[in-house]
Design a protein around this ligand. Structure first.
Ligand code: ADP
Ligand code: MG
Length: 523
């Protein structure tokens, strides 16, 4: 299919969707969705008057619940998110990470990306935009019944950033095109028909425009444009004028302490992605991110290097202990850094704190060095903790891979499974010899039926171990030798004769040993 700017195939429909669904359209949608269940309720109430049946009450109740769900869905969508701040955003980064959410579909849908101007930022409500793009991507994946391709593009001009999401799926019939964005319009069995309504309203709220081109059984292309802002005050977020209070004696520490709630508020507005995780992190690790951020900033502005380092260490450990994501920590700390600088800027404005450029650079060096010190100690203790954990787990695994199982007071079995290489055979030797030293094992059965193949050098090592076992007054029986191992032994002139007994299977060896034990007791 060709979607070049000029091509206008006759069947292709192209609709500008800059306008939101009209009040009439919305009303019709709600009326339809709510009227159906209410009509059903009315009918069943009538039936109830005639015959008092429990079943009718249940149906009426569930129909009412449907109607309420429809209204709730609509309310949730129309509630404007006044809280969310405008931030600068590179749409290519978001599209990149959003497509990853559809990984499970990649076996059937190929995603092609044409990002011409990555690194171009628009100013928008990030979460809203992400949700809207997610909805468009989801629709595109759903429009492709079997195998297909989704192409995502981005380009920028002087005045705007344009992205498109194009699929070669089912397409939309011309007469339905006008209905897109109308609440509850869906052609899917389990669709809500709220996706595009949300998308259009979000694009509109963020000063964007959206356009759709579609052709039945060829595909659909949504194109969205956002104006590029010239307004520096929104883009240079480090220097936003805030409503902060001056403090009397004027120390930085007091300033941060006094404006603590403003600091926390600003931080939450900045760290969009982490915000949703704060409660979770509190629940998992009992870590109060917000309070900790404030504490860190106080240490930093006071130049308390020692406290910064020890705080970083404890945080690194608890972060590792609870397996919390490092990406979040990084984003969080960057947000803390931005808000701190924003506060310093406001402080300077209020108090005329920095007299000269030299003073500024001095402050910059002090503050950023401490922040970096925090980060590097955090990461160091985080990875140290993880390394130790891995090492301890490795030891457990090694121990588990040499299971010496007592079957009678004087007999034990060592079943070996999997690959035995030189490293592992050294571990086996070590454990067997010290185990025999601790206990009075007279007979050890080593079962090799779970070992597919052993190299000659490993067999040499095994023979050496059998010598050692003998020295400790214990007799070795080898069972379950695989043909492959036997061939290697023959060709390398290796043998167990005179050192160990060999038996075909573990069962045979065991039966014999138990019999011997019984005889010994009987005698
Ligand atoms: P839902 O996905 O729940 O049906 P939406 O508002 O997201 O609701 O979409 C409304 C309808 O628009 C869909 O049911 C579908 O018929 C049509 N539609 C949206 N996107 C596409 C697309 N990429 N290709 C084909 N049809 C689409
Ligand atoms: Mg949808």
């Amino acid at each position: 299919m060709h979607w070049t700017e000029n091509s206008q195939p006759s069947r292709k429909s192209d609709v500008h969707l800059s306008q939101l669904a009209s009040v009439g359209q919305i009303a019709a949608g709600i009326a339809h969705e709510v009227k159906n269940p209410l009509t059903a309720v009315k009918g069943f109430l009538q039936l109830l008057k005639e015959r008092n049946e429990q079943k009718y009450i249940e149906i009426a109740q569930s129909e009412l619940e449907n109607a309420i769900a429809v209204l709730q869905n609509l309310l949730q969508m129309s509630k404007p998110d006044l809280e969310e701040p405008f931030v600068s955003l590179d749409l290519t980064v978001e599209l990149e990470s959003l497509t990853q959410l559809f990984q499970d579909q990649f076996y059937r849908v190929t995603v092609v990306k044409h990002f011409q101007h990555p690194g171009t930022f628009i100013v928008c409500k990030k979460n809203q935009i992400k949700k809207a793009l997610f909805n468009l991507l989801k629709n595109a994946f759903e429009a492709i019944p079997d195998k297909g391709t989704i192409t995502i593009g981005q380009s920028a001009s002087e005045s705007e950033v344009t992205i498109y999401i194009q699929d070669n799926g089912s397409g939309i019939p011309k007469k339905k095109l006008e209905l897109l964005g109308t609440p509850f319009f869906t052609t899917k069995e389990n669709g809500t028909g709220m996706g595009l309504t949300f998308v259009f309203s979000v694009i509109h709220q963020n000063n964007g425009t959206i356009k759709v081109e579609s052709e039945e059984s060829v595909g659909t292309k949504f194109t969205i444009s956002f104006p590029l802002t010239k307004d520096d005050s929104v883009r240079r977020e480090a220097a936003v004028l805030l409503q902060l209070e001056r403090t009397e004696n004027g120390s930085l520490k007091e300033f941060f302490e006094h404006n603590r709630s403003a600091f926390e508020e600003r931080l939450l507005a900045e760290a969009v992605n982490v915000r949703e995780k704060i409660d979770e992190i509190m629940a998992i690790g009992n870590i109060d991110l917000v309070a900790n951020a404030h504490k860190l900033v106080l240490y930093i502005v006071e130049g308390r290097e020692h406290e910064v380092v020890s705080f970083a260490r404890t945080e690194g450990i608890s972060w590792a202990k609870h397996s919390l994501t490092l990406a979040f920590k990084l984003e969080w700390i960057q947000a803390v850094r931005r808000v701190m600088w924003n506060f310093l800027y406001n402080y300077d404005l209020m108090n005329d704190y920095l007299g000269s450029k030299e003073q500024f650079y001095d402050l910059e060096k002090r503050i950023n060095e401490l922040m970096d010190l925090f980060l590097s100690h955090f990461f160091m203790s985080y990875s140290q903790f993880k390394d130790n954990l891995i090492r301890a787990q490795q030891e457990i695994v090694e121990d588990l891979s040499v299971p010496i199982i007592p079957v009678t007071p004087s007999t034990a079995i060592l079943p070996l499974i999997g690959d035995v290489d030189l490293h592992r055979s050294a571990a086996i030797e070590d454990k067997v010899i010290s185990h025999l030293g601790d206990r009075r094992i007279e007979s050890l059965i080593i079962d090799l039926s779970g070992v597919l193949k052993m190299e000659a050098e490993v067999i040499v090592r095994l023979i050496r171990m059998i010598d050692g076992i003998k020295m400790m007054g214990c007799q070795t029986t080898i069972t379950g030798l695989r043909p492959k191992t036997v061939k290697i032994m023959i060709s390398s002139d290796l043998t167990f004769t005179h050192k160990a007994m060999t038996k075909g299977t573990l069962q045979q060896a065991l039966a014999e040993h138990l019999l011997q034990d019984k005889d010994a007791k009987g005698a």
